[in-house]
Design a protein around this ligand. Structure first.
Ligand SMILES: [Zn+2]
Length: 542
C-alpha cells in the first residue's frame, strides 16, 4: 500500500503584493490543492497569512505551520513560490537548507520548480540564484529605507564638500560661506547683466576670481595636492559651463534637495515632491533672491542657439509675432549705403503666413514712448495709482470671502438634503410614507442636489483662482520706484525690460501694399502689474 503523504499548504498575501488576482489567496489555494491532488497527496491543513509582509517571520499562519512541523504532522510543505515563504534571505535560507531537512519535511515551491527531494547540482545553482537575488533585494531595501527616511526628513548629508558658496556647520547644516557666498552672488548679478555664461566666465577670469575647484581644495582638502600643483592661472580659469552649473542651482534660493528613493507620497508642509528628489523650501539662508534667480533662468533658457548677446538684445524672449504668437528672432543687418549696421527682429517661422518684422531701433523708440507715457500718468497720479492698486487687492479679497461664504452655504444645504433623503428612506421602510409621496420628494431632492453640486463646482474653481491673487500694492510700489529711477535715456536695458515686460506683441501691416507705408501695432503686457496698469488706465480715462 502506498504511503499517504500529509501536505500542509502555506498561503500568503502581503500588502506589497498589491491586490493582483494572480497573487490572491484563492488563486494560491486552488493551484496548490490541485498540485497535491494530482500527486495523490492528502492536504491536511492550510496555513494562511493575509496582509503580512514577507520580511517578518512572526506571522500567525506561518507560526502554526512550524508548530505542526515540530509535532510531526506534516510530510510536505507547499508554497506557490519561494518568496511566499518569506522575503528575508537569512531566515528563508535557514528554513530551506536546515530546518525542513532536519524535520524530514519535503519542501516544494511549485512555480520556482524547487523540490527538496529532487535536488541536483543545477537545481542548487538555481536556488542559490533565487536566494542571492532575494538577498540583494532585501539588503538594498533596508539601506534604501534608511536613506529614504533621512531624505524625507531633510536631514543634512555628510558630503565631501558643500555646494559652492556654502559651508557646513558641525552638524552638516548648510550656511553661506563668507568668502565664496559673495562670489556666487556676483556671478548671478553679472549673468543677469551680461546675459551669457561665456561673458561672465571671461569677467571672472580677468578679475582673477578663484574657481570652485580651487576653493574645494583649499577649504575642504578635495584633490588638494593636485589642484595646488597646477599653474596659478588655472586657479581662476572659468568656463561658460562652470558659470551655468552655478546659475541652474536651486539651492541658492535656500532650497534643500534630497534624493528620493521611493515613490511613497508624503504630504507635509513646505515640501513638494520632485521627479527624483524631495525638496525643502527655505531650509537654509538663501544666497540669491527669487526674482533674480527666475530672471537668470529665463535668460539661460533663451540664450540657447543665439549668438547675439543679451546686451544687444534687450527684447529677447519678450517680442512676439502677433500672427503665430511665437517669439521673434534677432538678426544683424548691415546697411552698406550708410556704412552702419542695425539689428532686426523678425518672425522666422516658416509656417507663419505674415512676415512681421521691426528694426531694433524702431522698436526701442516705440517702447520708450509707451513706457514714458505710462510713467507720466503713474507718477502724476502716484497716490491715486497706489490707492487703486490697494483697492484692487481688497476688491479681490471681498470677492474671495463672498465666494467662500456662498460655498459654505451650498455645502450645508447639500448635507441637509442628504439627511432628508435618509429620513425619506427610513419612513418608506417603516411604511409611514405613501410611495407616490416618496417618489415626488425624492426626485425633488435629487434635482436640487444636482443643481447644488454643479454650482459648488463652479464656485470652487472661482475660489481657487481668486486665492492666488498676490499683494498688488507691493508690485505697484515697486513699479513707481522703478519709474522714478529710470527715464528715456536709460530704461532700455535688458535687465529692466525683462523685469518689467512679459510680452510685446507686434503686428506690422503694409498700407496699400507699399513698403514705405507701414503700420506698426504693438501691445505690451507688463510682468507683474499688467492687470493693475490696465485697470488704472481705464479708470483714468473715465
Ligand atoms: Zn509669426
Amino acid at each position: 500500500m502506498a504511503r499517504i503523504y500529509r501536505v500542509g499548504i502555506y498561503l500568503r498575501l502581503s500588502r506589497d503584493d498589491g491586490r493582483e488576482e494572480s497573487q490572491s489567496i484563492q488563486t494560491q489555494r486552488e493551484m496548490l490543492t490541485d498540485y497535491a491532488l494530482r500527486h495523490g497527496w492528502h492536504v491536511v491543513d492550510e496555513y494562511v497569512d493575509d496582509g503580512y509582509s514577507g520580511t517578518d517571520f512572526n506571522r500567525p499562519g506561518f507560526e502554526r505551520l512550524i508548530s505542526d512541523v515540530e509535532l510531526g504532522r506534516l510530510d510536505i510543505v507547499l508554497t506557490k513560490d519561494l518568496s511566499r515563504l518569506g522575503r528575508s534571505y537569512v531566515q528563508m535560507g535557514e528554513y530551506i537548507e536546515n530546518y525542513f531537512p532536519e524535520h524530514n519535511v519535503r519542501y516544494i515551491a511549485v512555480n520556482d520548480g524547487y523540490d527538496s527531494d529532487k535536488l541536483d547540482g543545477a537545481d542548487m545553482v538555481a536556488i542559490k540564484n533565487v536566494l542571492n537575488e532575494m538577498y540583494a533585494r532585501d539588503t538594498s531595501r533596508k539601506i534604501r529605507s534608511v536613506l529614504n527616511m533621512k531624505a524625507r526628513n531633510g536631514e543634512p548629508r555628510n558630503t565631501v564638500f558643500p555646494i559652492f558658496g556654502f559651508n557646513y556647520t558641525e552638524s552638516y547644516e548648510r550656511v553661506p560661506d563668507a568668502e565664496t557666498g559673495p562670489i556666487v552672488q556676483m556671478i548671478y548679478r553679472k549673468f543677469v547683466e551680461l546675459g551669457s555664461g561665456g561673458k561672465v566666465a571671461r569677467y571672472l577670469t580677468e578679475n582673477k576670481i578663484k574657481t570652485p575647484r580651487y576653493y574645494n581644495a583649499v577649504k575642504f582638502n578635495y584633490n588638494k595636492a593636485k589642484v595646488l600643483s597646477m599653474p596659478e592661472e588655472k586657479h581662476y580659469t572659468w568656463s561658460a559651463g562652470m558659470v551655468r552649473d552655478i546659475i541652474i542651482r536651486e539651492e541658492y534660493l535656500g532650497v534643500y534637495k534630497t534624493a528620493q528613493t521611493s515613490s511613497i507620497n508624503f504630504k507635509k508642509k513646505k515640501r513638494y515632491k520632485n521627479k527624483d528628489c524631495y525638496v525643502f523650501e527655505n531650509r537654509y539662508p538663501a544666497l540669491i533672491d527669487r526674482e533674480t534667480w527666475d530672471l537668470a533662468q529665463k535668460i539661460l533658457k533663451s540664450s540657447r542657439g543665439s549668438s547675439i548677446d543679451l546686451s544687444e538684445n534687450a527684447f529677447k524672449g519678450v517680442i512676439c509675432c502677433a500672427d503665430c504668437g511665437r517669439t521673434m528672432r534677432i538678426e544683424k543687418r548691415n546697411n552698406h549705403k550708410k556704412g552702419i549696421f542695425d539689428y532686426r527682429y523678425y518672425c522666422n517661422k516658416t509656417d507663419c503666413e505674415h512676415s512681421n518684422s521691426i528694426s531694433k531701433r524702431m522698436l526701442e523708440t516705440i517702447v520708450v514712448k509707451e513706457l514714458m507715457a505710462l510713467k507720466e500718468i503713474i507718477l502724476k497720479n502716484e497716490e491715486k495709482f497706489l490707492e487703486f492698486a490697494s483697492q484692487f487687492d481688497s476688491k479681490g479679497r471681498v470677492l474671495v470671502t463672498d465666494v467662500e461664504k456662498e460655498l459654505d452655504r451650498l455645502k450645508a444645504r447639500c448635507e441637509e438634503i442628504d439627511v432628508f433623503i435618509e429620513k425619506l428612506f427610513e419612513q418608506k421602510v417603516l411604511g409611514s410614507l405613501p410611495l407616490s409621496t416618496f417618489n415626488t420628494m425624492m426626485s425633488k431632492y435629487k434635482r436640487e442636489k444636482e443643481a447644488l453640486e454643479n454650482e459648488i463646482g463652479v464656485l470652487t474653481r472661482k475660489d481657487n483662482e481668486e486665492k492666488g491673487k498676490p499683494a498688488n500694492q507691493l508690485k505697484a510700489i515697486e513699479l513707481v520706484k522703478l519709474f522714478k529711477e529710470y527715464d528715456e535715456t536709460n530704461i532700455i536695458q535688458p535687465y529692466i525690460i525683462q523685469k518689467l515686460i512679459r510680452k510685446i506683441i507686434l503686428r506690422t501691416s503694409y498700407i496699400n501694399d507699399s513698403m514705405k507705408n507701414r503700420e506698426i501695432d504693438i501691445k505690451i503686457q507688463y510682468y507683474s502689474c499688467d492687470e493693475i496698469i490696465k485697470g488704472f488706465m481705464t479708470y483714468e480715462e473715465n
